[in-house]
Design a protein. Sequence first.
Length: 558
Amino acid sequence: MKKQWWHDKVAYQIYPKSFCDSNGDGIGDIQGIISKLDYLKELGVDIIWLSPCYLSPLADQGYDIADYYQIDPRFGTMDDMDELIAEAKKRNMFIVMDLVVNHCSDEHEWFRKACEDPDGEYGKFFYIEKAKDGKLPCNWRSYFGGPVWEKLPGHEDRYYLHVFHKKQPDLNWENPRVRDEIYNMINWWLDRGLAGFRIDAIINIKKALPFKDYPADREDGLSSVHNMLHEAVGVGQFLGEMRDRTFAPHQAFTVGEVFNEKEEELPDFIGDNGYFSTMFDFAETVFGNDRQGWHKSLDITPDDYRNCVFATQKKVENIGFISNIIENHDEPRGVSRYIPAGEACPASKKLLAALYFLLRGLPWIYQGQEIGMENTTFSSIDEVDDIASIDNYKVALAAGVSEKEALHYVEKYGRDNARTPFQWDASANAGFTEGKPWLKVNPNYVSINLKSQQEDPDSLYHFYRKLISLRRNPAYQKTLIYGKLIPYLQDYHNVMAYFRKDEEQTLLIIGNYQRQEQTLPLPAPCKKLILSNLPQADIQGDQVHMAGYQVLVLELEG
Ligand code: GLC
Ligand code: CA
C-alpha cells in the first residue's frame, strides 16, 4: 500500500446548520465554523468535512443542491467560504466539502429547463419517462418512502426519477454532458483550495436499465432501490473517469459514502489508485436494519459490534485504508447505539472511543461526539424535522404500531439525534445561538457540554485529546497507523480486544465491554500501560482484572 499524506490525520465532520450560529438567526453558519477553528485545532483535528452548505431549499437539509457554485445565504457567502479555506490552511488544516451529484434539487436551473422542454437538452440531464398504460415505469421505492417517480411539473403524462426525496431528481450519469458539468464543477472547487470531497450516495449513480419491476418487499407493492442496485453493473466506469478527470490531477482526498459494495470490487474503490482515497465502514451502522422499517430493526450488542468491525478490518487489511466512525449526520448518536441501553456513562463512552479510534484506518469524529452527545427525546412527531424519520414513523403506523411506539423508534434511529445543536456550554441554547435554534437543543446540555468538560481533566473530551496525541506520539505512531490489526479473545463475550502490531512493537487495546468486571488473559507480559479510562489498572502477570467498561492500551513484551 502506498503511503499517503492523509494517513496519519484525524478527521472531523461538521454539520454546519447545527454547529455554531454567529448571527443569531438560529442557524449555524460558516462564520460560526471559522470562530471554532482554534477549538478544533486544539482538539487535534486535521481534516474537516462540511455537510453541504451550497444554495439549497433545504428539503433534505442541503443534500438537495440548487446551485453548486453558490453558498446558501443562510450559511454565508462565497467570501466566507474562501475565508474558511484560508483560515484552515493557516492552521495546517484541510477543508473537505460534500459532493452531492447523484441528484440535484428540483429548484436547480437544469431541472427547471427540463420541465420547460423535456425533449430538449436538459430533459436528458434527468430520467424522464412516460407512464405506460397508466403505470409508472417501475416499482422502485424511494429511500424516503413512496414511489421513485413523480409527475414532471407541467406535463400530465411524464414522470421523473428520484431515488431520494421528490425534491431531489436523479441526474442522468449516462449522459456525457452531465458528467462534464459535474467534473467542471469539482475542478472549480478544487482549484479554489479545497482538499477534497466526501462523496454522497455515490453508488446510486448507476441504474440497472432499462427500468423494470423487482419483487415487492413491502405491502405497498414497491421494491427497495437496493434490489435494483444489486443488479446494476458498471458504476466503476463513471467513478474511474471522475477520478482521472478531477481528483487525481489535484491529488485530492476523497471519502466515499458507499453502501452495498461488492467485496471483489474493494481494490478498485480504495486500493492504490482506487476511485476514492478511502470510504466509510458502515458494517455496524447497517447491522440489524430491516427492510420493513425501523420498527423491525434489531439492536446491536457489544459482540455484534466487535464482529462487524473486525469483519471490515479483515476485508480491507491488504487493500487500503477504511474510515472509521461511530456516528454521522444520518445516524443516531454512537454512545446511544453501541452502548447497551441505560449504560452510557463516562467510562463506557471512553471505552467505545478508544476501541474504534485505534482501529486501523482513518478515525473520524462527528461534531459533539467528543463530548459524548446522546440521542434526544421528542414529545411528538411535530418536533421532528428529519424526512427519513417522518417516513419511518408513517411506515410504523401503517404496520399497526402505536403512535407512542412509533415515536420511540424515531428517537432510537432518527437522524435528528445527530442534528441537535452542538452543546458548547450550559448557557441558554447550549451556547449554540442567541436566537431560537432551528432544531431543539437536547435538554441534557446542562450536564453534557464542552465548557464543563474542558475544565475537567477526566472528561471524555480530554480522553479524545489523549487518543489523538497517542496516535501522534512518535513512539507509537507508526504502529497505530500502519501496523496490522489482529483480533484477540474474539470468542469471549462482551470483550473487544485487538493487537496493533509491526516488526518493532505489539500494542494491545483491550476493552471489557460490559458493566460487570471480568478477568482476562494476557498473551505476553505487559511492558507498559499506555492508557486507561479509569484511575486504576489491575495487571498481574499473565492476566488483567478489568473493571466494568474498562479499556486499556498496553505495550506488550516481545
Ligand atoms: C446521503 C446523505 C444523507 C442524504 C442522502 C441523499 O446518504 O448522507 O443525509 O439524505 O445521501 O443525498
Ligand atoms: Ca446563522
